[in-house]
Design a protein around this ligand. Structure first.
Ligand code: ATP
Length: 238
């Protein structure tokens, strides 16, 4: 089932066209990997979807409804590459902030469970300024999960996480997929999503140059059976 549809999205920075009339859809219960060389337009695309950047043209629909409706935007969670957290709030206050913003009831148990999964429960009263980069990333992930959104847009999720953090986050992504959530992961580290993709979208110079399952992309280039996602990407994008 299609849960998000992007139609003809275009974004210019001044005279430079960063994203050029791209269209794609994301399905519920699937993980889509958004890949592309530096400057391909991946972050611009995600930020336009979230209305963090004003798009020049195009429309985004969530379950058939325009993303312009505020209530629809609450279905989304964004996990940026650089954790967007407040230096003088404690870890727990960040989660409380999300609970207040989304008017959540009985959020504490879930918040505690998530902090435990990521091994940062003992940091709950620490101000975020003093956390390591990976710990900040974990707080940002917990914030994204707390309001139980349906669609996750995630930029470089594994950069900065330690091996256990990566494994825990992969387990969470798999669980969300099983729950029927929609997940878009933008990453350069394709080995990290080798087992974690249903569809791959490859962008280059603001355009989509490939879109399909790993098998479909492999067939497109006549690749060998055991070809890795990284090899497929390099063959298509270079
Ligand atoms: N604020 C900005 N002002 C002007 N140009 C920008 C701005 N942000 C991005 N660009 C340009 O838009 C294009 C797409 O950039 P974008 O950051 O979306 O690419 P990306 O695929 O996310 O790259 P990376 O993998 O390096 O993070 C690039 O040519 C970049 O220089």
């Amino acid at each position: 089932m299609v849960s998000m549809e992007v139609k003809n999205l275009t974004k210019n920075y001044g005279k430079e066209r960063a994203v050029s009339e791209i269209s794609f859809s994301l399905n519920a219960g699937e993980i889509t990997v958004l890949a592309g060389p530096n400057g391909a337009g991946k972050t611009t695309t995600i930020k336009c979807i979230l209305s963090l950047l004003r798009k020049d043209e195009g429309e985004v629909f969530i379950c058939g409804k325009s993303i312009k409706e505020k209530s629809i935007r609450e279905k989304l969670a964004y996990m940026p590459e650089t954790p967007d957290i407040y230096p003088y709030l404690t870890v727990w206050e960040h989660l409380k902030f999300i609970a207040l913003a989304y008017k959540l009831d009985s959020w504490e148990e879930k918040a505690q469970e998530m902090l435990n999964i990521f091994g940062i429960w003992d940091k709950k009263d620490q101000i975020s300024k003093n956390l390591s980069k990976g710990m900040k990333q974990k707080v940002s992930i917990c914030m994204g999960l707390l309001h139980n959104p349906d669609i996750f847009l995630i930029d470089e999720p594994f950069v900065g996480l330690d091996p256990k953090g990566i494994k825990d986050f992969k387990d969470i992504l798999n669980m969300l997929r099983k729950q029927g959530k929609t997940i878009l992961i933008s990453t350069h580290i394709l080995s990290s999503v080798e087992e974690l993709n249903d569809k791959i979208i490859i962008m280059k110079k603001g355009k989509i140059i490939a879109n399909g399952s790993k098998q479909q992309l492999k067939d497109k280039i006549g690749g060998e059976e055991n070809m890795s996602l990284e090899d497929i990407f390099l063959k298509i994008s270079v």
